[in-house]
Design a protein around this ligand. Structure first.
Ligand code: HEC
Ligand code: HEC
Length: 395
């Protein structure tokens, strides 16, 4: 039952198929009723967990995208597959709504964690499944001496400490962000790149097979990524207002992103034309420099509060030498902690005078995709439909 697979959620192909079959239990009638009752956000229907699913007791009142994020966090925190908590996942007859013992334990754990945070931390979400579990089903309770007398494994907090410039030698955030824009070709050239389409390939982490990719982008903040996977299309779109995710075979085929997850999609879209990145966050902080893949990097964090007054965070790693962005992590809030998305950028090449990463890795709780761009067409007409709610290809 241990989880050696590199695909975070879908441990092996069989789970993929199982999850798809689960969809058939969610009949069209059921779904349309749910949609009719659904709340509206930025013009898109948001379906709540208790409307979409059958047996929701502790994770009520959250949109489907956030709910799927909580399942991803559970799997990640304990290093398990969906099937370790759900009856029949990995078979032809999954019963997501059934309550096997481990799922019941998980439900109790959600209540325990909520109580810990409420009773001890003023309701701040500082304790999560990961705080104790760290990838184990039975959390370790005694510090292993080997771990103490060797190089410590350091997992930084989401909200990074601010470096003391005098001792850390860090420039102000403004300077690092300006250098980035300069390294890309300068604000002027970036502003003259108003759209592009790109082609390339994507392979899921742990798989050899590469799938065809189409990317469309339009300034200032529209982006669509379409991956033609064998089982169906994977898509992420942001049309300047609404964000969607579509997966080939999952419990919910496609769903809109809400709140901070949607902000994350907007950030991804703005990063296609990063000339105005400084304005994205109200606050910027510079943390301690570190190394990534042997290169020295500055670590800059953007933070902001959304309407519900929950902190939106993104962390940027800039190569000290080239000034270019090598990693971005943004976090979506959820009922059980922050759901991370990490993009690693490399192989920058000029397109219409603007440096663009021709390789990047998109890691999220539903998998890790490695992209290689092979051709880019700058300043082309892009059909608005590309950025709208994605539609699964016919089978
Ligand atoms: C550590 C245990 C655990 C893991 C791992 C887990 N879940 Fe869950 N899942 C739960 C719990 C607990 C609930 C019920 C939540 C509630 O009562 O509010 C649930 C509910 C669900 C539901 C709603 C079912 C219904 O109709 O009521 C779906 C769908 C679901 N999970 C899908 C998944 C998927 C997909 C994965 C793998 C990505 C996954 N879960 C991984 C514990 C888990
Ligand atoms: C304060 C520490 C702590 C936190 C936080 C915590 N757990 Fe646990 N969890 C434990 C301990 C300790 C055990 C083992 C209990 C035992 O051995 O009886 C456990 C056991 C479990 C098990 C049973 C595993 C098995 O082997 O069957 C599940 C499932 C689980 N936790 C899920 C979660 C989820 C989901 C969260 C977040 C919502 C969470 N836990 C948060 C401490 C924690």
């Amino acid at each position: 039952m241990k989880f050696p697979s590199k695909r975070l959620i879908f441990c092996g192909g069989s789970a993929l198929i199982t999850i798809a079959i689960a969809m058939s239990g969610n009949t069209p009638a059921r779904r349309s009723v749910a949609f009719a009752q659904a709340q509206r956000q930025a013009g898109t229907a948001l379906q709540m967990s208790e409307q979409a699913f059958k047996n929701i007791q502790v994770l009520k009142g959250i949109p489907v995208d956030e709910f799927m994020g909580t399942m991803g966090l559970f799997s990640a925190a304990l290093s398990v597959c969906c099937g370790d908590c759900h009856t029949g996942a990995g078979t032809d007859h999954p019963q997501w709504e059934a309550d096997p013992p481990r799922k019941i334990t998980a439900r109790k754990m959600v209540q325990m964690v909520n109580a810990i945070n409420k009773d001890n931390f003023g309701g701040r979400q500082v304790v999560t499944c990961w705080t104790c579990h760290r990838g184990a089903q039975a959390p370790s309770s005694t510090p292993p001496l080997d771990a103490i007398y060797s190089t410590p494994v350091f997992a930084p907090p989401d909200l990074l400490p601010v470096a003391n410039p005098a001792t850390a030698g860090t420039p102000p955030a403004d300077q690092i962000l300006d250098k980035y824009v300069q390294a890309l070709g300068g604000a002027d050239r970036i502003s003259r790149l108003t759209s592009y389409t790109a082609k390339g390939t994507s392979s899921l982490f742990g798989e050899v097979k590469a799938d065809a990719v189409e990317i469309s982008a339009k300034a200032p903040d529209q982006l669509a990524t379409l991956v033609h996977q064998r089982e169906g299309d994977l898509a992420r779109t942001y049309d300047g207002r609404n964000a969607w995710v579509m997966l080939p075979l999952t419990v919910v085929g496609e769903y809109p992103l809400s709140a901070s997850a949607r902000e994350g999609a907007k950030l991804d879209a703005e990063m296609a034309f990063p000339g105005n990145i400084k304005k994205f966050f109200a606050n910027w902080r510079v943390s301690y420099p570190t190394t990534l893949d042997g290169k020295d990097v500055y670590v800059v964090q953007g933070t902001d509060s959304n309407a519900a007054n929950r902190l939106i965070i993104a962390t940027f790693y800039f190569d000290k030498q080239t000034g270019l962005l090598t990693r971005m992590i943004h976090y979506a809030n959820s009922a059980v902690g922050r759901v991370p998305t990490q993009i690693d950028y490399s192989d920058y090449r000029p397109v219409a005078g603007v440096m663009m990463p021709f390789k990047f890795t998109y890691g999220w709780v539903s998998g890790r995709e490695e992209y290689t761009i092979t051709e880019v067409q700058p300043n082309v007409q892009v059909d608005a439909a590309k950025f709208a709610k994605p539609v699964q290809r016919a089978r």
